[in-house]
Design a protein around this ligand. Structure first.
Ligand SMILES: [Zn+2]
Length: 344
């Protein structure tokens, strides 16, 4: 078993010349792949340069995946959403209070069309190698979750579209509490937008590679987030996904948590004939002792992970989410990437 891919995310797509310089630095840090975080604003404003940036990465020898970053606040990420700015409907709704939430409902045709057009346009206009589905999720109506008690009782989405779909399928009104029917409904509908878009992308370009990256949660009785993609078997069995990936774990969590998540990620990926991917936190927080990164990389390799990825370029240097020693953290990542790829 060996690591075949080392990816780094990259944002602020604007001038090709800037991107070229940064891509060179990624190569010096042992990266094989760049994940371009394409925001709705960049798609809307910097569109002519996106294909050129993809070409520049290719010319230097990097593989390129596109991440519709934070789109509709449906994917993870800090970016703002034009969809939410330009649409006052098609939002997720709190089950308990009935309030609209600042997140697009991805079970509505409106957002599904928007998302699909975004991805299909990028596939058509660029020579990117694939797409990265980045932490898709139902919104949390409450902004907190407890590590000892799980998330709060409220959930989303109980918007008119979801309620009608539920009523049509089950023959009764969608409950306000999270029953088994509600869980099944949410899983099924959540997977549809990604499955359908992935299928259409592959119909257009069969060589496109799709990674689906879901939250790295335990999903047991005590701690489950119910974000809609927590049934890993269901997600990994989707025939249009090539890579099953689970997200970043905070450096502060115990080693047993890293081991548990990684084993389950590899097992589920293998069960469905997919490659497995694990992430490294390369922004915001850093390990108390940088040796922890080496140990986690060793753990990932030993447990049979196929691909590594890290968020983000330069340790988030210059952003509000920079690690305290951002550039040192980035250098440590580079050393680890080169080590597992056996590059001197
Ligand atoms: Zn909805």
């Amino acid at each position: 078993m060996s690591i075949s891919s080392t990816a780094i995310s990259y944002y602020s797509l604007n001038y090709v010349e800037n991107a070229e310089r940064d891509f060179t630095e990624m190569l010096e840090h042992g990266c094989t792949t760049v994940i371009l975080a394409v925001s709705e604003f960049e798609f809307d404003f910097w569109r002519p340069n996106i294909p050129k940036i993809v070409n520049a990465a290719h010319k230097l020898g990097l593989k390129v995946l596109l991440d519709p970053w934070g789109i509709g606040k449906y994917f993870g990420g800090e970016q703002v959403s034009l969809f939410l700015q330009n649409n006052i409907e098609n939002r997720q709704v709190s089950a308990l209070t009935g309030e609209k939430l600042p997140a697009a409902c991805f079970n509505t045709n409106s957002f599904r069309d928007y998302f699909q057009r975004f991805c299909l346009s990028l596939a058509k206009e660029t020579d990117a190698d694939g797409f990265f589905w980045d932490e898709p999720h139902y919104a949390f109506p409450k902004s907190y979750a407890s590590i000892t008690g799980g998330a709060g009782d409220d959930w989303a989405c109980r918007c008119p579209v979801c309620m009608k779909k539920f009523q049509d399928y089950y023959g009764y009104e969608m409950p306000k509490i999270m029953t088994d029917d509600v869980k099944q409904f949410r899983w099924r509908e959540a997977l549809f937008i990604l499955s359908d878009t992935s299928r259409k992308l592959k119909e257009m370009k069969p060589e496109l590679e799709i990674t689906c990256c879901v939250h790295a949660t335990l999903n047991t009785y005590y701690v489950t987030e119910l974000r809609g993609y927590d049934n890993w078997d269901l997600v990994a069995s989707c025939p249009y996904f090539d890579v099953f990936s689970t997200t970043i774990i905070s450096w502060e969590l115990p080693g047993s948590f890293f081991e548990n998540i990684t084993k389950r990620t590899v097992d589920v990926a293998r069960k469905y004939g997919k490659q497995s991917e694990r992430w490294l936190m390369n922004y915001y927080k850093q390990p108390a002792d940088f040796k922890q990164m080496d140990e986690v990389v060793d753990l990932y390799e030993r447990l049979g992970v196929d691909r590594l990825a890290a968020w983000t370029f330069k340790g988030g240097y210059g952003t509000v989410l920079a690690a305290p020693d951002a550039l040192k953290l980035w250098d440590r990542l580079g050393k680890n990437y080169k080590r597992v790829l056996k590059i001197k």
